[in-house]
Design a protein around this ligand. Sequence first.
Ligand code: ADP
Ligand code: MG
Length: 250
Amino acid sequence: MIRIDGLNKAFGDNHVLRGIDLQVNRGEVVVILGPSGSGKSTLLRCVNYLETFDKGEITIDKEPIGRKAVNGKIREMAQNELNRIRREVGMVFQSFNLFPHKSVMQNITMAPVSLLGLSREDADRLALDLLRKVGLEEKAHARPSSLSGGQKQRVAIARALAMKPKVLLFDEPTSALDPMTVGEVLQVMRNLAQEGMTMVVVTHEMGFAREVADKVVIMDQGVIIEEGKPETIFTAPSHPRTRQFLRQVL
Ligand code: ADP
Ligand code: MG
């Protein structure tokens, strides 16, 4: 579903991604772990082309995103083509990014109405279904400001799902939450995983990684130093930097 080949990205002379190769199969949950500054967020942002990259290729369900080879030359993709592929990649951020002056329902229905051309009725029905799925049907007409962090994040997940993405990317979705509400967000993510959603999750929640991930990827200084099944990574990590990282977080 996602294929990343030879991805390189620099901010000025800060070479942040140094040759990332990664595959995410349909229905798989891949958890990315690694110290702060190792390039995890930048990698996710490249996958839906919120960041441009310098070298390499990313494909979503076999379609390149952002840049593609035309007659052997790499060129930037046209905006409309980019937007079409981007819709297939949902993203959930640490900071929710909900529109504060819109209701929960409006937050969820805006993009499907304007980008997918859903009727108001269909979009409302879809939003209610998704709110039910994340356990927030009764908050349909609330403003985001009246919700707890965990509730806001569940709305953000519902909003991402409303675009019917092929893949969902999560960048530290529970890092900004009150510990009391972390569990409800992880439960929604666990349910999505069980339903077969393809997910890439940057998180420090080791329990979630251990239990839900099909594959754990360890990043350090812009490279993937190790990847494997969670039981292997957590019990017998092979790279010394993985051992060091896990000692600090476990
Ligand atoms: P992580 O998510 O693993 O903490 P990031 O991808 O956020 O790491 O950052 C990796 C490196 O890229 C850091 O050195 C960070 O300072 C740098 N960086 C990230 N975003 C930008 C940006 N927009 N402009 C300049 N440097 C950036
Ligand atoms: Mg980050």
